[in-house]
Design a protein around this ligand. Structure first.
Ligand code: HEC
Ligand code: HEC
Ligand code: HEC
Ligand code: HEC
Ligand code: HEC
Ligand code: HEC
Ligand code: HEC
Length: 343
C-alpha cells in the first residue's frame, strides 16, 4: 500500500494537473470575458433598473369614429323615413325607396291594384298580386350601407350596394351615387315597365361653364356640393353668393327682392315663370310647370337646377303680360314704341 501511495499521489497529481490544465484551457478564454460581461451587466442594470417595466398593455380598442351626427341627421331626413302607405311599401317600388327589399321579379299588376299602395283617396290599402306588400318592420329603407362600405358598423368610403348581388359598386362622384335612384326611367325603353321621373338635371352655364367663372372658386357641380348627404338639405343661393342688392340687376333688383326668387330670373331650363300657385307663398315669382290633365291644366311650382348668368327682363316684363308689369325689353329698356301702322 505504501508503495502505491506515491503512485496514487502521482496519479492524483497528474489527474489534478490535467484537470487544472483542462480547466485553465477551457476557462482561459471564458474567464476574461466573464469579468467584462459582469461589468457590462452592472452598467446595463443601472440603466434599466429605474425604468419600471410597464405591465403588458391590454390592447385598448381604437375608439370608433363618432358618427352620431350623421346618424341623427339621417334619421330625421327623408332618406331615413322612406316607409309610408302612400309611398309604395311593396317589392316593386322599394327598388329605390328600400333597395334591399326590392324583388326584381316584382311586376306592375293590372288596374286598379297596380301597386301595393294606399293612395290618398283610398280607404284601404290596395294589394297588388305582382308586388307584395312589405310591412314596416321588414322595411330596410336607405341605411348607411346603401351608400357606404361598412367596417364594424362604421361608415367608410362611398360606394353603391347593389341590392341584388349584395356587392359594392364603385362610384366616381357623389352624383353617380345619388343617380342610382334619382333617375328617370319613363320613356327610356326600360324593359322593366317603370313609372318614375326623378332625374335632376344640373344645367345652365353659370354653374357648369368652368371657364367663365369670376373667382377662382369652382362652381358647384356635384349634388353634395349643395345637398348635405345626410339631411339632404340644400344650401341656398345666398349661402354662397353675397349679392349687392342695391346694385344688382342694374339697380332694379330692389324693386323685386320681395317678389322674385333668384331662380325665377336665373333659371336656364326655360321653365315657365310666374307667381307661386300656393297662395300662402304670397305671389312670389318662381319656376312653374303646367300640365294638362283630364280635369284641365294644373300649374305647380318646380325646382330648377339649371342656372345662368344672363337674365332676360322680358321673360316677365313682356308685352301685355297678365300681371300688369311695366313692359321692358330683354335688356330692361322701355321698348321703342312700334311705329303706328300706316293707314
Ligand atoms: C327609380 C327609383 C324609384 C322608383 C322605382 C320609385 N321611386 Fe318614388 N321616389 C324616388 C325618388 C328619388 C324620390 C324623391 C325625389 C323627388 O322627390 O324628386 C321619390 C319620391 C317618391 C314620393 C314622394 C315622397 C314624399 O314624401 O315626398 C312618393 C309618394 C313616391 N316616390 C312613391 C313611389 C311609388 C308609389 C313607387 C312605385 C310605383 C315609386 N315611388 C317608385 C325614386 C323612385
Ligand atoms: C344616400 C347616400 C348616403 C347615405 C344613406 C349615408 N351617407 Fe354618409 N355620405 C354620403 C356621401 C355622398 C358622403 C360624402 C360627401 C362629400 O364627399 O361631399 C358621405 C359622407 C359621410 C361621412 C364623412 C363626413 C361627412 O359628414 O361628410 C360620414 C362619417 C358618413 N357619411 C356617415 C354616414 C352614416 C353613419 C350613415 C348612416 C346613418 C350615412 N353616412 C348614410 C352618402 C350617404
Ligand atoms: C337608394 C336610393 C337613393 C339614393 C342613393 C339617394 N336618394 Fe335621395 N331620395 C330617395 C327617395 C326614395 C327619396 C324620397 C324619400 C321619401 O320622402 O320617402 C329621396 C329624397 C331625397 C330628397 C328630398 C326630396 C324632396 O322632395 O324633398 C333629396 C333632396 C335627395 N333625396 C337628395 C339625394 C342626394 C343628394 C343623394 C346623393 C347623395 C341621394 N338623394 C341619394 C332615394 C335615394
Ligand atoms: C347649386 C346647388 C344645388 C345642386 C348642385 C343640387 N341641388 Fe338639388 N336642390 C337645390 C336647392 C336650393 C333645392 C330646393 C329648392 C326649393 O326648395 O325651392 C333643391 C332641391 C332638390 C330636390 C327636391 C326638389 C325636387 O325637384 O324634387 C331634389 C330631389 C334634389 N334637389 C336633388 C338633387 C340631386 C340628385 C342633385 C345632383 C344631381 C342636386 N339636387 C344638385 C340645390 C342644389
Ligand atoms: C355651394 C355654393 C353655391 C351655391 C349654393 C350656389 N352657387 Fe352660384 N356659383 C358658385 C360658385 C363658386 C360660382 C363660380 C364663381 C363665380 O363665378 O362667382 C357660381 C357662379 C354663379 C353664377 C355665375 C356668375 C358668373 O359671373 O358667371 C350665377 C349667376 C350663380 N352662381 C347663381 C346662383 C344661383 C341663382 C344660385 C341658387 C339657385 C346659386 N348660384 C347657388 C357657388 C354656389
Ligand atoms: C330681377 C332678376 C334677378 C333676380 C331676382 C336676381 N338676379 Fe342675379 N343677376 C341679375 C342680372 C340682370 C345679373 C347680371 C349682372 C347685373 O346686371 O347685375 C345678375 C347677376 C348675378 C350674378 C353674377 C355676379 C354679379 O353679382 O353680378 C350672381 C352670382 C347672381 N346674379 C346671383 C343672384 C342671387 C343669389 C339672387 C337671389 C338672391 C339673384 N341673383 C337674383 C338679375 C337677377
Ligand atoms: C321672373 C320674372 C321677372 C323678371 C325676369 C324680371 N322682373 Fe322686374 N318685376 C317682376 C315682378 C313680379 C315685379 C313686381 C314686384 C312687386 O310688385 O313688388 C317686377 C317689378 C319691376 C320693377 C318695378 C316696376 C314698378 O312699376 O314698380 C322694375 C323697374 C323692374 N321689375 C325691372 C326689371 C328689370 C330691369 C329686369 C331685367 C333685369 C326685370 N325686372 C326682370 C318680375 C320680373
Amino acid at each position: 500500500m505504501k508503495i502505491r501511495k506515491p503512485k496514487l499521489f502521482i496519479l492524483f497529481l497528474a489527474l489534478g494537473l490535467a484537470l487544472v490544465l483542462v480547466g485553465c484551457k477551457a476557462a482561459e478564454p471564458i474567464v476574461q470575458p466573464t469579468a467584462e460581461t459582469i461589468i457590462e451587466y452592472v452598467e446595463v442594470t443601472v440603466v434599466v433598473e429605474p425604468t419600471p417595466v410597464p405591465p403588458t398593455p391590454t390592447p385598448e380598442p381604437t375608439p370608433l369614429p363618432d358618427q352620431s351626427a350623421q346618424l341623427a341627421a339621417w334619421e330625421a331626413s327623408p332618406h331615413g323615413n322612406t316607409w309610408g302607405e302612400g309611398k309604395g311599401p311593396n317589392t316593386w317600388c322599394s327598388r329605390c325607396h328600400s333597395p334591399q327589399n326590392w324583388d326584381p321579379a316584382a311586376v306592375i299588376g293590372p288596374p286598379p291594384a297596380c301597386f301595393s299602395c294606399k293612395f290618398p283617396a283610398d280607404a284601404e290599402m290596395r294589394i297588388a298580386p305582382g308586388n307584395a306588400f312589405i310591412p314596416e318592420e321588414e322595411w330596410i329603407g336607405i341605411p348607411c350601407e346603401t351608400c357606404h362600405i361598412m367596417e364594424n358598423d362604421v361608415a367608410t368610403v362611398n360606394a353603391w350596394l347593389n341590392p341584388i348581388s349584395m356587392e359594392y359598386v364603385a362610384v366616381n362622384t357623389t352624383t353617380e351615387l345619388c343617380e342610382k335612384c334619382h333617375v328617370t326611367t319613363t320613356g327610356t325603353g326600360n324593359p322593366v315597365r317603370s313609372a318614375v321621373d326623378h332625374q335632376i338635371t344640373l344645367g345652365g352655364p353659370a354653374h357648369l361653364n368652368y371657364a367663365g367663372f369670376i373667382d377662382e372658386e369652382i362652381p358647384p357641380q356635384y349634388c353634395t356640393d349643395c345637398h348635405d348627404p345626410h339631411t339632404q338639405q340644400p344650401k341656398g343661393c345666398v349661402d354662397c353668393h353675397e349679392i349687392d342688392a342695391a346694385a344688382h340687376a342694374g339697380g332694379r333688383y330692389v324693386n323685386m327682392a320681395e317678389k322674385v326668387t333668384c331662380m325665377a330670373c336665373h333659371d336656364a331650363s326655360g321653365a315657365e315663370v310666374g307667381p307661386h300657385p300656393d297662395e300662402a307663398m304670397g305671389g312670389v315669382f318662381t319656376t312653374l310647370l303646367t300640365e294638362v290633365g283630364r280635369s284641365g291644366p294644373t300649374t305647380s311650382a318646380i325646382v330648377s337646377h339649371s342656372i345662368q348668368y344672363t337674365v332676360a327682363c322680358d321673360r316677365c316684363h313682356f308685352e301685355a303680360n297678365a300681371w300688369e308689369l311695366p313692359v321692358y325689353d330683354e335688356e330692361g329698356n322701355v321698348p321703342e314704341p312700334t311705329a303706328a301702322p300706316t293707314p
